[in-house]
Design a protein around this ligand. Structure first.
Ligand code: BTN
Length: 257
């Protein structure tokens, strides 16, 4: 049921998938996208790398990302029109785009700040935006890992509970249909990235972090407080014993009390 092939994906006509690579197996699509940027001066916005299996996928903070056959593992090369300083917006715009696509498939995902997609407290999709400069131009590699036609029990050792499309829908899905829905929805969100307030409004309507007591690991320090709001650029505002603190990046854990 994977249906993933280059011709079909290029046939979607998505501006995010003008040039497509589909691999049976690779180390990491993120690494392959980076290699394309490094070695191919013509690599353009809208290059998509997909692999049916990743041997060495990684997530945020370089954590291992289990990527067996049955999942959707992909990296998109973006050359954003926005200044590099605003590239962080892509993280949250992507979370909104993928969340809407999955909700369209009937999966009630919510967003945990900044961009994890959860069903209840179980993670179904991880998003990783890595940015940089090459030949004087900024780029973002947007990695998306979606647990699709997999059993949650087969994704051991991630250190948290996971969900999959199979566990939520009760059946397997055609990965090319899912990919098409994700690309369409991402295109819509990225096209309106200048109107970031509108994206954050949708982010908040899909959020499952605000109002919760959280612990944030940030550059070796631990912060605890209640997640109360987002700043206009998407930072998490925590109400702590030391007052309000804006968190631009970090790893959020929910506290049960
Ligand atoms: C996270 O939640 O920590 C982000 C996970 C991102 C995983 C995807 S799978 C496709 C792409 N290739 C990788 O090695 N990582 C990303």
């Amino acid at each position: 049921m994977d249906g993933l092939n280059k011709r079909k994906i290029e046939g979607f006509g998505s501006s995010l998938a003008r040039r497509v690579e589909v691999h049976e197996e690779i180390g990491s699509t993120q690494e392959r996208a980076r290699e394309l940027i490094r070695t191919d001066p013509n690599v353009s916005h809208g290059t998509l790398v997909v692999s049916k299996v990743q041997r060495g996928g990684w997530g945020r903070l370089k954590r291992r990302w289990d990527s067996p056959k049955g999942g959707l593992w992909m990296s998109l090369i973006l050359r954003p029109r926005i200044p590099a300083s605003l590239a962080a917006r892509i993280t949250q715009a992507a979370a909104v785009g993928v969340a809407k696509a999955l909700r369209g498939l009937g999966v009630g995902v919510r967003i945990k700040w900044p961009n994890d997609l959860l069903v209840g407290d179980r993670k179904i999709c991880g998003i990783l935006a890595e940015s940089g400069f090459e030949r004087g131009e900024s780029f973002v590699i947007l990695g998306i890992g979606l647990n699709a036609n997999l059993d949650p029990g087969g994704l051991g050792g991630m250190g948290y509970e996971v969900a999959t499309l199979r566990s939520e829908l009760g059946h397997d899905v055609d990965l090319s249909n899912v990919l098409e829905a994700i690309l369409r929805s991402l295109e819509t969100e990225l096209d309106r990235i200048d109107d970031f307030a509108a994206i954050l409004q949708d982010w908040k309507s899909l959020d499952c972090t605000l109002g919760r007591q959280v612990r944030v690991h940030r550059s070796g320090k631990i912060l605890e407080g209640k997640a109360v709001d987002l700043s206009p650029e998407g930072a998490l505002i925590l109400c702590t014993n030391d007052g309000l603190i804006e968190v631009f990046e970090g790893d959020v854990a929910y506290l049960r009390f």
